[in-house]
Design a protein around this ligand. Structure first.
Ligand SMILES: *Cc1c(COP(=O)(O)O)cnc(C)c1O
Length: 407
């Protein structure tokens, strides 16, 4: 028997008898992409480290082959395995993975917008997205209207029939403010605008925007989805009609996830649910402990800004966040001293890794804004962002206390 006949003997498996309750996110992230029948029975899918695929002898055969792969810039099974896991976790129709989170954001915007279109965007978006929308896309005739935190409470007053797309983040970075996604989704729907949420901080463990009516969810998979600070990747999930347009742009723009990085992403996502659940639990505990420390002025965590925000976070989120932020008495000099004295927590940009990371948004993610622009968004110079890792939370608290004491 040739190897290919052997592979065909393994029947495709379908879940026939498992009840819906057995298919929570932990189960989904382990089993959604399994295709042993395609991979010689392998429990861990192989890395398809190839740029190109055997092309059928005649073009007419293309439509009828079981393996429609042509070239890795278009599709590759290792990319598809990672995309399928994210699709299933978010509950969308289709998904694609990209070479970075910015690749996912840029491809989505370029794929869906045309010259003359108007975008509504929160003025607290991730720095890269802010740059794309404020500097690059306007050169191609795309107009952006910026929405402040206060204005964002009433999206119906902002979205008009001229709005093509709204771009949101919730919880926001670095202040962890929560926006009402269901309300934004229905306001956008009423005007025929596409709603997009960057859900990198929440992950599908803490929030599922598509289930709230949002059209597209984008991720920097470099953060929690990968989860080990060892890869750069992005993802987009949404309805097939929109994903086909994003695919067309993706093939031309070429923000491709290398098959090995796609494998690492799939491997990282096997533990997404326990990681994010544990990190969110530790972060919530640390947020309340930090509020009691004398050197700390204010703690930012989803739902803590006001009772209304707590009610909203409770309604729309499944959990909260593994990221928190706090300001120290003494501003930037105190924050710099604090970072220098941390012994356990790495001082580094990014978040979502297994190890805790700390950074000053004014000097990293929001360094592209002027001090006045940061201040108008509530991002003080001494604000510290902490991505809580998988260490014992008591160890993290001890490190924060010793660094703060000597600050
Ligand atoms: C990091 C990040 C991005 C960009 O992702 P990369 O993978 O670094 O390209 C986009 N949005 C948010 C919220 C991020 O944190």
């Amino acid at each position: 028997m040739s190897p290919s006949e052997e592979e065909k003997e393994i029947p495709p498996r379908r879940f026939r008898s498992l009840p819906a309750w057995a298919r929570g996110p932990a189960t989904t992230s382990l089993h959604a992409a399994r295709r042993p029948e395609r991979n010689a029975g392998a429990v861990t899918p192989p890395i398809y480290q190839t740029s190109t695929f055997h092309f059928p002898a005649a073009n007419s055969e293309l439509g009828s082959t079981a393996e429609p792969y042509i070239y890795t810039r278009y599709e590759n099974p290792s990319q598809e395995a990672a995309a399928e896991t994210i699709r299933a976790l978010e509950g969308g129709e289709a998904a694609r993975v990209f070479g970075s989170g910015m690749g996912a954001v840029a491809t989505t915007l370029v794929g869906l917008l045309s010259s003359g279109d108007e975008v509504l965007a929160l003025d607290t978006l991730y720095g890269g997205t802010l740059g794309l929308l404020s500097e690059l896309l306007p050169r191609y005739g795309i107009r952006v209207r910026w929405v402040s935190r206060a204005q964002a409470a009433e999206p119906e007053k902002l979205i008009t029939d001229g709005t093509r797309l709204v771009f949101l983040e919730s919880p926001t970075n670095p202040l962890l403010e929560v926006h009402d996604l269901a309300r934004w989704a229905s306001a956008a729907d009423a005007c025929g605008a596409i709603s997009v949420v960057d859900s990198s901080i929440a992950t599908p463990i803490n929030q599922q925007p598509l289930r709230l009516g949002i059209d597209l969810v984008v991720h920097s998979a470099s953060k929690y989805l990968g989860g080990h600070s060892d890869l750069i990747a992005g993802a987009v999930v949404g309805p097939t009609v929109l994903m086909e347009r994003i695919r067309d742009a993706h093939l031309l723009l070429g923000s491709v996830l290398d098959p090995f990085a796609a494998f690492l992403l799939s491997r990282g996502m096997k533990t997404l649910a326990p990681r994010v659940t544990q990190q969110s639990r530790s972060a919530a505990w640390l947020a309340s402990e930090l509020e009691r420390l004398p050197g700390i002025e204010k703690v930012h965590y989803p739902g803590r800004a006001s009772p209304q925000e707590e009610e909203l976070a409770h309604r729309q989120m499944l959990g909260r966040s593994g990221v928190l932020a706090f300001s120290l008495h003494g501003g930037l000099p105190a924050a710099r001293r604090f970072l220098e004295r941390l012994e356990l927590v790495h001082v580094a940009a990014s978040f979502g890794g297994a190890e805790s990371l700390v950074s000053l948004p004014a000097e990293t993610s929001h360094a592209g804004l002027t001090q006045a622009e940061r201040s108008s968004r509530g991002i003080g110079e001494g604000l510290v962002r902490l991505s809580v890792g998988l260490e014992e939370p008591e160890a993290l608290l001890a490190d924060v206390v010793q660094a703060g004491r000597s600050a």
